[in-house]
Design a protein around this ligand. Structure first.
Ligand SMILES: Cc1cc2nc3c(=O)[nH]c(=O)nc-3n(C[C@H](O)[C@H](O)[C@H](O)COP(=O)(O)O)c2cc1C
Ligand code: SF4
Ligand code: SF4
Length: 340
């Protein structure tokens, strides 16, 4: 089944382009694409939704580019909603440019001038290709320990972690969470029945306004991948999964503190040569009381997010271009505001 583009606002997706002279047909890009958009057409990968006029689904994450061993991939353009409720605010992508040069330099030229922390920040990519090899507990401890030293509102440290390396348990969490999210992707899929299609379009538009965080079309692609892809595993076959929990009673917004702890862990993991990928669908665990109890997740804790972690099967950590946000400066000499 295809995602139904009548339910999309006017959107320009990024475009996957491959250089046939360089590609060695290893299929790593096909395996890693979070929207499972790519397939092999003979010896070359293509976006199966690319009709020539439009290429549905590509969010421009450049994870395919990051895993390609032959530098054969170019991602052209970027994800842009041109109008309406979801109109995007970001501008065309650029490579890291911390020294504000007129043009972003090639990353290799920039690297010698960066601190070790900057290098990890710019090269970390979500890793979706893992070795089966278990991560030794000493390394996992180093990662989790970094979480404990994140800043938190009022020093409340409102977090708790569950570290799971039991394959069967990870699989069961994935299957149960996928079952819970499946109905959402159905709303975005084509249906032969015209009446149902009209109903779905109305429903998606209403839900997108009422609860935009749960009904973005990019999320629909991810859900479709998770529930329909036979080869796709919600936790990406990673040998370990870290659940990041937050204390619901905490000061301000405990989600912020929990995610700061999570990102300390993610950056530390990459500095140690591990690969990680956040998996947000795990939040469905909050609607599964039995499984939650089995995992020892009790009030006042709530699952905020999760991190799949393991040894990367191929090199994934590579700098990529990212869109540019608007930045407003108010300099000390009061010459501002100046917008970039
Ligand atoms: C909170 C959060 C949840 C995410 N959930 C998923 C997920 O369920 N599955 C997945 O493949 N990627 C997931 N991602 C990874 C994003 O797709 C990825 O960060 C984004 O495309 C940018 O790519 P990069 O991490 O390589 O820079 C998630 C990222 C964040 C921050
Ligand atoms: S940029 Fe991301 S979404 Fe687009 S084809 Fe590559 S991996 Fe898939
Ligand atoms: S990862 Fe690169 S070399 Fe491998 S199939 Fe994709 S484009 Fe070709």
């Amino acid at each position: 089944m295809r995602l139904d583009d009548r339910r999309y606002p006017p959107t320009r997706f990024a475009r996957f382009v491959v250089d046939g002279d360089k590609c060695n047909a290893c299929q790593k890009c096909v395996e890693t694409c979070p929207g499972q958009l790519l397939e092999m057409a003979g010896e070359l990968p293509v976006n199966k939704h690319d009709t020539g006029k439009s290429a549905l689904g590509c969010i421009g994450c450049k994870n395919c580019y990051a895993v390609c061993p032959e530098s054969a991939i170019d991602i052209r353009g970027f994800y842009q909603v041109e109008g309406g409720f979801y109109q995007t605010q970001l501008r065309s992508p650029a490579l890291p440019n911390p020294f504000g040069e007129p043009e972003s330099p090639a990353f290799e030229a920039l690297e010698p001038r960066l601190t070790p922390v900057e290098k990890v920040i710019y090269t970390r990519r979500s890793n979706r290709l893992y070795k089966k090899k278990k991560v030794p507990e000493e390394l996992l401890r180093r990662v989790v320990e970094a979480g404990r030293f994140a800043p938190s509102q009022g020093n409340s440290q409102p977090w708790s972690f569950v570290v799971i390396s039991d394959r069967d348990l990870i699989d069961r969490i994935g299957a149960e969470c996928a079952r819970r999210v499946a109905p959402v992707s159905k709303l975005y899929l084509e249906s032969g029945d015209k009446k149902r299609s009209v109903f779905k379009t109305l429903a998606v538009n209403a839900l997108a306004r009422l609860t935009p965080n749960n009904f973005d079309q990019r999320l629909a692609h991810g859900i479709d991948t998770v529930v329909s892809g036979e080869k796709w595993d919600m936790f990406l076959h990673a040998p370990t999964l870290i659940l990041v929990l937050g204390d619901k009673r905490s000061i301000g917004d405990p989600l912020i503190d929990a995610v700061l702890a999570a990102h300390n862990m993610v950056l530390t993991a990459h500095s140690l040569g591990l690969g990680t990928c956040y998996v947000g669908f795990v939040k469905m665990l909050n609607t599964l009381p039995e499984l939650r109890r089995e995992l020892g997740i009790v009030w006042p804790y709530k699952v905020m997010t999760s991190i799949a972690i393991g040894f990367p099967r191929t090199r994934t950590d590579k700098a990529v271009a990212r869109e540019r946000p608007k930045v407003t400066w108010f300099p000390a000499d009061r010459s501002g505001p100046r917008q970039e």
